[in-house]
Design a protein around this ligand. Structure first.
Ligand code: PMP
Length: 435
């Protein structure tokens, strides 16, 4: 497999030459919260695959539901004038768990497509309402919103903009609520307000009549699990409402229970106009994503929108819809979102936060089942290691694999997002390995 992979398979997020020399890790099987590699290692999946395995691996009920669906109907499109039972049922099931004011869904096959959809949909909406000049999107530095041209542009990670033509025009990046990196001497709360007001500043400079929407993750995931101060999101919402700018929460990571609420916006106490989702909706058993649309936006869109020429071949794929329905059934039956909020979440948090006592850990943070630890040679200053940015994290990632725990390297730290089915014993194992 390694030889085949090296000969034929590209891994663009890595230096392919170095990876081929080193030998890629081959994951062959997964069960519960563990993955197994071709060298016979059993590794605790502290990242839920890629933030997607809410209900854990090896759930036959999901696979069986997909098989039944695919025997019945393998494919039909859902964006011309047709639908199918699983797509209609899933749209209703998602509306049921979404915030009360959000009751319409459009499907995609993943998160980047969902983000591209809001870019186009929101601009279409404003144009339909007679305000075509309202087209600018505000997003944040170091945010991640996907790998398509739209997603990579809304994302604020510099390496994602290294190729020509990125970001696409009409996007302004503002501060993230990451007070330690950007806040200098400010207190956490002051920085929450400062970062929110940078949104206001950006909108006012561009002219509110030109600004379509603000997009951000309730908790920034790939950017390093940045948990904003409590005052940040309510202030951003107020700023957007005062300026008639739509609010979009990218819930590709936070959605479907990760924070202990069904959606991260509920955890942060805000009511977005649109939500993008993917990953946890199927627990990764089949690619599916989409956009949840608030009632107010839906009314305008349906009343004035007319034709909106947008849709993906695999929007609402029957296999994905069946996987999502079976996944949501498990989440309801096993009360997994409650479990994250009241049981395994607090249990792991208590132990995870103690990692801050380790001489090399600057900060440990976690809400629900999403957390991070930052590494530093000097706890008093929390300065980053002098190595090239990200290097220490990368060494730790390699180390964590060898020790039997998958975590993900970011900047100079490690991030964590285990499945919701993690037992207390597995949580103890996880923390002991991380230490
Ligand atoms: N938005 C966010 C917040 C994400 O974390 C991701 C993926 N990590 C995406 C969008 C893109 O989703 P996908 O990889 O499914 O296209």
């Amino acid at each position: 497999w390694r030889a085949l992979d090296a000969a034929h398979h590209l891994h663009p997020f890595s230096d392919t030459k170095a990876l081929n020399a080193e030998g890629v890790r081959v994951i062959t099987r997964a069960e519960g919260v563990y993955v197994f590699d071709s060298d016979g290692n059993k590794i605790l999946d502290g990242m839920s695959g890629l933030w997607c395995s809410q209900v854990g691996h090896g759930r036959h009920a999901i696979v069986d539901a997909m098989a039944q669906q695919l025997y019945q109907l393998d494919y039909y499109n859902t964006f011309f004038k047709t639908t199918h039972p699983a797509a209609a049922e899933l749209a209703a099931a998602i509306s049921e768990v979404a915030p009360a004011h959000m009751n319409h869904v459009f499907f995609t096959s993943g998160g980047s497509e969902a983000v591209d959809t809001v870019l186009r949909m929101v601009r279409h909406y404003w144009a339909a309402l007679g305000k075509p000049e309202k087209h600018i999107f505000i997003s944040r530095r170091n945010g991640y919103h996907g790998s398509t041209m739209g997603g990579a542009s809304l994302g604020g990670m510099k390496p994602m903009h290294a190729q020509g033509g990125l970001p696409i025009p009409g996007i302004i990046h503002v501060a993230q609520p990451y007070w330690w990196a950007e806040g200098g001497e400010m207190s956490r709360e002051d920085f929450g307000l400062y970062a929110a007001r940078e949104v206001a500043r950006a909108i006012d400079e561009a002219g509110p009549e030109n600004v379509a929407a603000f997009i951000g993750e309730p908790i920034q995931g790939a950017g390093g699990v940045i948990i904003p101060p409590a005052n940040y999101w309510p202030e951003v919402e107020k700023i957007c409402r005062e300026r008639d700018v739509l609010l979009i929460c990218d819930e590709v990571i936070c959605g479907f229970g990760r924070t202990g609420r069904w959606f991260g916006c509920e955890f942060m106490g805000v009511k977005p106009d649109l939500i993008t989702f993917a990953k946890g909706v199927t627990s990764g058993y089949f690619p599916l994503g989409g956009v949840i649309v608030g009632d107010h936006f839906a009314e305008g869109f349906i009343e004035h929108g007319g034709d909106f020429n947008h849709g993906y071949t695999y929007s609402g794929h029957p296999g994905g819809c069946a996987a999502a329905l079976a996944n949501l059934k498990i989440m309801h039956e096993e009360k997994l979102v409650d479990r994250v909020r009241t049981d395994i979440g607090p249990y792991l948090q208590e132990r995870w936060l103690k990692l801050a006592e380790h001489p090399l850990v600057g900060e440990a943070r976690m809400v629900g089942l999403i957390g991070a630890m930052e590494l530093t040679p000097d706890k008093s200053t929390r300065a980053a290691f002098a190595a090239e940015e990200g290097t220490v994290g990368l060494i730790c990632r390699d180390f964590s694999f060898k020790e039997g725990l998958v975590m993900r390297a970011v900047r100079d730290g490690m991030i964590l997002a285990p499945p919701f089915t993690l037992s207390h014993e597995e949580a103890d194992e996880l923390v002991a390995t991380a230490w």
